[in-house]
Design a protein around this ligand. Structure first.
Ligand SMILES: Nc1ncnc2c1ncn2[C@@H]1O[C@H](COP(=O)(O)OP(=O)(O)OP(=O)(O)O)[C@@H](O)[C@H]1O
Ligand SMILES: [Mg+2]
Length: 290
């Protein structure tokens, strides 16, 4: 039987997948989300969300997609891993994903001007039809200069009042250095936001929220206050660390045949973690000396 069923959950509460159902709207996530939606509606062009590893960018992007789906007149596409090698590859993938008919030929034989033209025509036509085209790019720190330059050109398509394409870039902090190196790109950013780790209160709330969302039916609080403080101390409020640690503590709870996660259980998990890496370290030393 799955561990979460044993504990009285309907679903796994601390899975690491970016499921919008488990997205807890912290002040920061809320601020980023609401502002992006406003910017998109006003068709201001370019929103950038930066955040350290595991602060919730991908989860936020999935939630955003869910919100956009519920709104009429928005056509959107999300790129999860933007590792395009050429402008042709990027434009071709854009046209394909927005279901646009475009001139196709042998790889390398398509005229780049025709591709650009097809994108521009598509944007103009959809705007005439009062549709907002939104492109969301996760892992945007991986964008290379060529693709960033194409995006900059796309942002040049505009009417007197608004941009014809809405871009939302979400990326780790090195995205910032890439953008700084392109002053004519960074100048076009209409909304920027940096996601920070959670504070202790939000860490507690996130844990409780995920437990509820997973349909917990137990009578008692599953994590006591001290356990949650310890989880905060270790995770420093980084959602991925919180989630992973909570997952492990619940497994430990079952192993120890207890009902409530207390501080000791969290410490036991952390010490097992250290031992685990300790063994890897000694293997590394042995294999190096061989
Ligand atoms: N607001 C939130 N509410 C609930 N869980 C969250 C929230 N933000 C992040 N998480 C959880 O934290 C984990 C990491 O989140 P996510 O993958 O979105 O981070 P990321 O910023 O995209 O990381 P990376 O920089 O590695 O791409 C996931 O398990 C996700 O479910
Ligand atoms: Mg991510």
């Amino acid at each position: 039987m799955a561990y979460h069923t044993l504990l009285g959950f309907q679903k796994e509460p601390f899975s690491t997948s970016p499921d919008p159902q488990f997205f807890y709207l912290t002040k920061e996530h809320d601020m980023a989300m609401t502002s992006i939606l406003i910017e998109t509606r006003l068709r201001r062009g370019l929103a950038v969300v930066l955040g350290d590893i595991g602060t919730g960018k991908t989860t936020l992007s999935r939630k955003l997609v869910q919100e956009l789906k519920d709104r009429g007149n928005i056509i959107f596409h999300i790129i999860l891993n933007p590792d395009f090698e050429t402008e042709e590859q990027f434009l071709t993938s854009l046209l394909r994903n927005f279901n646009v008919d475009f001139p196709q030929g042998q790889p390398g034989a398509v005229d780049i001007l025709e591709l650009r033209d097809a994108v521009e025509k598509f944007l103009i036509q959809k705007n005439e039809e009062k549709q907002t085209i939104t492109l969301i790019i996760d892992e945007a720190q991986k964008l290379d200069m060529v693709t960033l330059e194409v995006l900059r050109v796309l942002l040049n398509f505009e009417t007197n009042e608004y941009k014809l394409i809405q871009l939302v870039l979400l990326g780790q902090l090195e995205l910032y250095s890439k953008l700084v190196a392109m002053p004519n790109f960074i100048d076009r950013v209409s909304f920027k936001y940096t996601l920070n780790p959670l504070d202790i209160q939000e860490t507690r709330e996130l844990i409780k929220y995920r437990i509820n969302q997973a349909g917990y039916q137990g009578r008692m609080e599953l994590f006591n206050d001290e356990a949650m403080s310890e989880i905060y101390n270790y995770s420093r409020g980084y959602p991925r660390h919180i989630t992973m640690l909570c997952h492990k503590t619940l497994k430990e709870l079952i192993l120890q045949n207890k009902e409530v996660v207390d501080r000791q259980i969290v410490l036991d998990v952390l010490s097992k973690e250290n031992q685990g890496w300790g063994r890897a370290e000694s293997f590394r030393r042995i294999s190096k000396s061989m």
